[in-house]
Write a protein that binds this ligand. Structure first.
Ligand code: SF4
Length: 422
């Protein structure tokens, strides 16, 4: 299944003041819920609040981008009603298309090289998958099946990578995994068993696809398929006791969310992957701090502050690189003076031409040679540009300065958030 998803007083944060959250996302009084939301809440309730209630976006993660592209290629492979199945070349081409929809930064990679390496890894993985499974390719019952089921005041969303119908309403659910080959716990599959068997649409789908009506849908088997190694982890249908215990856990988490219990639960591993460290009162000085461990006083430990500064600077550089890349794309696509509206923001774009000089020393030499240094006043870009564009400049001096200059289009984008959006 794909990764798809008493309040404290307001506090100052990176993104401005953090106001107490509105009630958790609900539809007709229902709490929107999923296995991944539950896992995140269990990892750290405050992280859940930042992500799902404050709706602060996380940084893109390369491992999600990679998993998503592999899932998309397998969806393409199995989206077949009548054979033949796509060739491996077509599957790889679909993977390439998906991969190129985003830049390496948008996918969460630090360098183009790492993105290219993972692309090659993905191609090899798909080829090995194809070879390993081609003898048993058969049109599946459902691929990437998303459903929302209402139960106990929750609206639970599941997305099944693939469902096979074994006859008589019995099904197998297959969940692809693309990360490390770690010991698999069946908890996620309990969620799929509970929700899938309650889903009225599945019976209709069976009737539509196979022309037979079934009284009920029943899971016979749940399967984690580890794509990098082609290993399969089979789990038989869970008993009522397991499902009952699991469901109590679900309702406990849902009650805590409804009760707005969002205390942080800092832990070395969870915090190290958390994008909200700079907003989190429980994470300070590069380390998680629990209630029993008072947070360090700012400035107390210069080594820790240096590391924190370095990490923030690295993140700012990455964000700046992404901003520059998006601004370049806007510069290419936008008309001067035009206004554009996305779903959340509007932007007015102004373009102006400006000069940039490659070699500062060469420019100083030319200014001295033609006794223009004082005309540039101080050696600022504006001063040199004024000299270059002045009507009385000797042609030879202009020619030499132009050899050092590149004309660029400057961009001024004024972005305004649309009213009514939070
Ligand atoms: S930094 Fe740690 S404690 Fe703070 S929100 Fe993230 S995971 Fe939770």
């Amino acid at each position: 299944m794909k990764k798809k998803s008493k309040e404290p007083a307001p506090a100052a944060g990176l993104f401005g003041e953090i106001t107490p959250p509105p009630a958790p996302a609900v539809k007709s009084g229902l709490l929107a819920f999923s296995y991944s939301k539950m896992s995140l809440y269990e990892e750290c309730p405050l992280k859940y609040k930042f992500k799902y209630i404050d709706k602060i976006k996380e940084e893109p993660k390369f491992y999600f981008a990679f998993g998503s592209a592999i899932h998309a290629a397998l969806e393409f492979l199995y989206s077949v009603r009548n054979p033949p199945f796509p060739t491996i070349e077509e599957v790889c081409e679909d993977f390439r298309r998906e991969w190129n929809l985003k830049s390496y930064l948008e996918k969460g990679y630090r360098t183009q090289q790492r993105s290219d390496d993972d692309y090659q890894k993905g191609l090899l993985m798909l080829k090995a998958y194809y070879e390993h499974n081609r003898a048993r390719f058969a049109p599946p019952f459902l691929v990437e099946y998303a459903t929302d089921v209402e139960v106990d005041g929750l609206l639970v969303r599941t997305i099944s990578d693939r469902i096979e119908h074994l006859g008589g309403g019995e099904i197998t659910i297959i969940d692809y995994k693309t990360g490390k080959d770690v010991k698999r716990e069946p908890a996620q599959l309990y969620m799929y068993q509970k929700i899938t068997e309650m889903d009225p649409r599945l019976r209709e789908k069976i009737a539509e696809t196979y022309g037979t009506r079934v009284a009920a849908v029943k899971i016979r088997e749940l399967l984690y398929y580890h794509v990098p190694t082609n290993k399969e982890y089979h789990f038989e249908r869970a008993g009522d006791k397991e499902i009952g215990g699991f469901w109590e856990r679900v309702l406990g988490v849902a009650d805590s969310i409804r009760g707005l219990k969002f205390d942080p639960t800092p832990a070395e591993r969870a915090c190290s992957w958390c994008d909200y460290k700079s907003l989190c009162p429980a994470f300070f000085g590069g380390h998680p701090h629990n209630a029993a461990q008072p947070a360090a006083v700012p400035g107390e430990n210069i080594e820790v502050l240096v590391d924190r500064y370095g990490r923030l600077k690295e993140r700012m550089d990455e964000l700046q690189a992404q901003l520059d890349q998006v601004a370049d794309s806007i510069a290419r696509a936008a008309k001067d003076g035009a206004e554009y509206a996305g779903s959340q923001y509007t932007a007015r774009v102004k373009k102006q031409s400006k000069w940039e000089f490659k070699d500062r020393d060469a420019v100083i030499k030319i200014l001295n040679q033609f006794d223009l240094y004082k005309d540039a006043l101080t050696l600022t870009l504006t001063g040199i540009t004024n000299v270059l564009e002045s009507a009385g400049l000797q042609e030879e001096a202009r020619k030499k300065l132009l050899e050092q200059a590149v004309k660029k289009t400057g961009l001024d984008i004024k972005v305004v958030k649309k009213e009514g959006l939070i």
